[in-house]
Each structure stands twice: as C-alpha cells, then as structure tokens.
Design a protein around this ligand. Structure first.
Ligand SMILES: Nc1nc2c(ncn2[C@@H]2O[C@H](COP(=O)(O)OP(=O)(O)OP(=O)(O)O)[C@@H](O)[C@H]2O)c(=O)[nH]1
Ligand SMILES: [Mg+2]
Length: 297
C-alpha cells in the first residue's frame, strides 16, 4: 500500500498582515477537503463555537472535517500526531508567527509523510514599503518576502489601484515570486480542483487551461518548458508519464516558481495538466505553453 503523503503549506508574513484572516477563510471553504491547521495558539484563530465537534488538549476537531492543532509540544510532535490521523486529513497548513521565518518552518515540510507544497507570504500593502525601511523590523519583513513562493497582498480594499501597483512594482525587486491580490479562492491557493471536476468552479476571473498529453514526456522537455512559463501562470497541477520515471505515473505541482514531481497516488490514468493564470493573461498563451510539452524534440 502506498503511504499517504500530505501537502504542507506555510502561511507567513509580518504581524497583522492577514495570515489568520486567510486561514479562517480556508476553514469556511468546503471545497478544499479536510485541513489540519497548525497554529501557535488556538487564541489566534477565531473558531465558531458551533463548528467545534470536540476539543482534546492540543487538537480541536471541527464539524467540517478539519482539525486545528496547537504547537504547544513543538513541530516534531505535532506533525507526528497529524500523521497518525493522516486518513482523516487532506493537507496541512501552518501559520508562522508574524516575526518568524517562513523558510525555516518550510523545512518541516520535508518530514517523512509530508511534502512542501509552497510558502505563501501575506504582505500588508498599506504599510510594507515604509516598514521595510524600519531599522528594527525591515530586515525581518524583507526576508519573509524573499522566502515566498507566492506573495498575497492584503488590505488592497483600502487602497487606490495606483498605490497597489506601486507596491507590486516594488516587490518585483525583492522577490521573483508571483504576486496576487487577496482575497483569492482556496482552490487557487492550493492548486485547486481535482482533475475531472468542473474546471469553471475556481475563481471567476482567473484564467484556467487544461491540456491532455497523449504521449509520455522527457525530463529535458519539462526543464525547458518550466523555464518558459508565461509570467501570469501561478499554479499548475496534474499528472504526466515521464520517460525517465517509467515505473510510475508522476504528479506535477507548480506553486510560484517551484516545480515538484512525485509518484502519483491517484488512480487517474490521465496525462493532463491544469494551469491557472492571473486575470487578463491570454488563455492562448497558457495553452501554447502547456502544449510545449507535447512538441517533438
Ligand atoms: N481591510 C482589511 N483588513 C484586513 C485584511 N486582512 C486582514 N485584515 C484585518 O487585519 C487585522 C489583522 O489580521 P490577522 O489576519 O489577524 O493578521 P495576522 O497576520 O494573522 O496577525 P498576527 O498573527 O498577529 O501576526 C484583522 O483585524 C483583520 O480583520 C484585508 O485584506 N483588508
Ligand atoms: Mg494570526
């Protein structure tokens, strides 16, 4: 039997940037499966009492199948407890302390039984440029930003478009990660809908393209394809038969700039990739890019 491996997503960002707000929105989204949320302290998340099924010391079980775990006993112990319940959970999401280093926490995503799905860093659009120059906290903020695979801009609702553009432009110098404005759908954040499910069910404005591949693909072709990703593409997920990995069907995950490949645990025999791009990305460019994988050498 193949051991279940849980995706591990890190949510970082400076104090008050919006990490818990994002996590609360994930907990109320029924489309993304059963989450194990890891937080320093339960006080940080605002769990609706009526959703609590049971509270057992360091774990709260919710009626929607999600669990919340406090880090009271440290990461090793908490991840071991979640692994014991891996049949009840589909993914792990960790909120990093506002002054913590997301990249360090991301290392726990390499614990056996888990794989690192990505580091999402919340950025308070209204203060980040000013705070980044603060002699006390500037370094922390810049290093959090540099650790991101995906940057999520919060408080855009309070700002003019021009100010948001200014921050987006500024971030380009600090990080090569994709930048999106919050709120985004949970499906978007996690690489979304399973293959075969209604592809229009994800965020309305984002561009989604699906391509099936009749033949298996070389690793060298994947290397070239990865480097030519159109800038709007933020997420790719799916399955491929890869010549050099002929022993198994391979699951492909791309979150921001990171490409991950691992043996598929799905029964799906399809070779198919779904790519999601930011609004206004020409769909044709996304399809053309996916099709690079089926070009002859
Ligand atoms: N207007 C607005 N308020 C937001 C947004 N995101 C978060 N907030 C508010 O900002 C405050 C802090 O948000 P949290 O989600 O608790 O921030 P956090 O990053 O978890 O904070 P710490 O855990 O203390 O580091 C709360 O009052 C939120 O309601 C946003 O996009 N727009
Ligand atoms: Mg918080």
């Amino acid at each position: 039997m193949i051991e279940k491996v849980l995706p591990f997503t890190v949510i970082g960002g400076y104090l008050g940037a919006g990490k818990t707000t994002l996590i609360n929105s994930l907990l109320s989204d029924s489309t993304i499966g059963r989450l194990a949320i890891v937080v320093n302290d339960f006080g940080e998340i605002n769990i609706d009492e009526s959703l609590i099924l049971s509270h057992d010391g360091d774990t709260i079980s919710l009626t929607n199948g999600c669990i919340c775990c406090s880090l009271a006993d440290g990461f090793a112990e908490t991840l071991s407890r979640i692994k014991d319940r891996s049949n009840e959970v589909d993914r792990v999401v960790v909120e990093v302390s506002g002054v913590g280093e997301p990249r360090k926490i991301a290392q726990w995503g390499h614990t056996p039984g888990y794989f690192l799905d990505g580091v999402v860093v919340l950025v308070d659009t209204s203060t980040v440029m000013e705070r980044s120059e603060d002699s006390y906290v500037g370094e922390t903020i810049c290093s959090q930003i540099a650790a991101a695979d995906l940057l999520l801009l919060s408080r855009c609702d309070l700002l003019e478009d021009q100010e948001i553009h200014r921050v987006e432009h500024w971030l380009k110098d600090k990080s090569s990660a994709m930048t999106l404005r919050s709120p985004i759908s949970a499906a978007m954040l996690f690489g979304l809908e399973e293959i075969g499910v209604d592809k229009n069910a994800s965020s309305t404005d984002h561009v989604s393209a699906t391509v099936e591949f009749p033949l298996s693909v070389d690793l060298a072709t994947i290397g070239i394809w990865e480097k030519s990703r159109p800038s709007g593409v933020v997420r790719v997920k799916g399955f491929l038969n890869i010549n050099e990995r002929a022993e198994s069907h391979t699951e492909i995950q791309m979150c921001g700039p990171n490409l991950t490949m691992r043996a598929s645990q799905s029964d799906s025999p399809k070779n198919v990739l779904v790519a999601i791009a930011t609004p206004r990305t020409p769909k044709a460019s996304v399809i053309k890019w996916l099709n690079l994988l089926s070009l002859p050498d």
